[in-house]
Ligand binder design. Structure first.
Ligand SMILES: [Zn+2]
Length: 453
């Protein structure tokens, strides 16, 4: 399996270097999930990496998910069958699904538009909000929870959309903070929706999470790309920013653009690639704003969480090396001590199963994965980005840990079910509820380690 993993590593690096001049037509496009278990099968798949008809959206050490255009699909399936490779058609017709989802979105939006909640800016979380609706919701929160919620404008995007961080705080000085961002990859719609729904849950029913910790939430880190995917069904699969870097192809992969081992592995120098790292580290103004915001609060922010989709992973640094972070042993042992201490503290209120699970959990990622699993039996894989998923350089979580000194730095790859990034809006609430369990665990850990008691 290790050999296969190494192949996978090379494969993903190759995938990342793929360049498409334009996004291929979705008409007749299918989404396949393909299992492989021999190096021969793997290298066969690898042959298609540079083919503009193929978009490898996910790759692990035993499967790949790939979008294939109509003109290539039959021939490709035949080849898979000839080489005895199992595949499942996840989406029969990508174009049809995207079109249907757009209509559903519009219908639901209009339905909600009649409600008083909509007029106030409140989100129903029954459809994916666009950039304007996200901002209206943030304003609604500041008006509804005047003493807790406030907005910090951290700057404008490339196309001059304002970027707003929601601050949740019950006041008081020297509180530790948890920072959350989402939507650096435009097409991963479940990420901003989940971040916002968790805020909704917190403000409605879990304000105890605000007593000892301040929260900063940047729901849309790539507003231009996000709005682009909302503007037309043809743009639904756009991933990058929308900056013009002087090439015929627009945009940069924001999550390869941080000044942390920039362009060393798993990133592309091709402006047409979906993982183009940009002309230089922090070329993207959106990332500059995030950097400046976090560095201004260096020392206060104790946990950095960035939400993506898909694949059900809780990842921590590093992406550029198979080495684990220097603080992992410290994290594991001290965390356990803290968990035990807090478990005893909460003995009366926690049931025995919670206590036992707390006692036996090895580290925060494991604990968060188990909290999620308990909520809806969703299984998460955890580990370093390099070891658990694939190598990459210049992602925000590596930067947050190394350059901003935030020792608890995690990337969440939220569930995609059978739909990948096209997860139906009906999943927003279930995903939000289960992911909130991980947020509670993170909060508990940050409180027990950093808050004054
Ligand atoms: Zn992503």
């Amino acid at each position: 399996m290790r050999v296969i993993f190494l192949f996978a590593t090379i494969f993903v690096a190759a995938v990342l270097a793929t360049g498409h001049q334009t996004h291929p037509s979705m008409q007749g496009m299918q989404s396949l999930s393909i299992s492989y278990d021999t190096p021969e099968q793997f290298s066969l798949l690898k042959n298609y990496v540079d083919d503009p008809g193929f978009d490898f959206v996910r790759s692990t050490n035993d499967l790949v998910d790939v979008l294939v255009t109509a003109d290539k699909i039959e021939e490709f399936k035949q080849l898979l069958e000839e080489h005895r490779m199992n595949y499942t058609v996840m989406i029969e017709d990508v174009h049809q699904l995207v079109t249907e989802q757009y209509i559903e979105q519009q219908v639901e939006r209009r339905l909600q538009a009649r409600s008083q909640d909509y007029a106030s800016g409140r989100l129903s979380f029954t459809y994916y909000p666009n950039y304007t609706e996200v901002n209206e919701y943030l304003t609604y929160l500041t008006q509804t929870y005047k003493n807790i919620a406030s907005l910090i404008t951290i700057g404008n995007s490339y196309e001059k959309r304002s970027m707003k961080v929601l601050k949740l705080s019950t006041g008081g000085a020297n509180k530790p903070a948890i920072f959350i961002d989402a939507g650096i990859h435009a097409r991963e719609w479940i990420a901003p929706a989940t971040a916002l729904y968790m805020v909704d849950l917190m403000l409605q029913n879990h304000r105890d999470l605000l007593t000892k910790v301040d929260w900063y939430v940047l729901p849309v880190l790539n507003p231009d790309g996000y709005e682009y995917t909302h503007s037309s069904s043809a743009n639904r699969l756009w991933r990058k920013t929308r900056s013009n870097t002087g090439s015929t192809c627009r945009g940069v992969d924001g999550n390869r653009n941080y000044d942390m081992q920039w362009m060393t592995i798993g990133a592309s120098s091709d402006p047409c690639s979906d993982t183009y790292a940009g002309p230089k580290p922090f070329s993207e103004v959106e990332n500059q704003h995030l950097r400046d915001f976090i560095l201004t609060r260096k020392g206060q922010i104790k946990a950095y969480l960035t939400f993506h989709s898909y694949g059900q992973y809780i990842l921590y640094p590093w992406g550029w090396t198979s080495n684990v972070p220097a603080n992992e042993p410290e994290l594991v042992s001290k965390l356990l001590m803290n968990i035990i201490a807090s478990a005893i503290m909460h003995f009366v209120t926690n049931n025995i199963f919670t206590l036992l699970s707390l006692l036996f959990q090895r580290n925060l990622a494991i604990q968060c994965a188990q909290a999620i699993a308990k909520s809806r039996r969703t299984r998460y894989t955890y580990g370093t980005s390099y070891n658990a998923l694939y190598p990459n350089s210049g992602p925000s979580d590596d930067w947050a840990m190394d350059k901003a000194g935030i020792k608890l730095s995690f990337t969440y790859e939220l569930p995609g079910g059978n739909y990948g990034d096209l997860l139906p809006a009906s999943e927003i609430k279930p995903v939000g509820i289960e992911t909130f369990e991980a947020l509670k665990v993170t909060h508990q850990y940050v409180t027990s380690k950093y808050a004054s008691h």
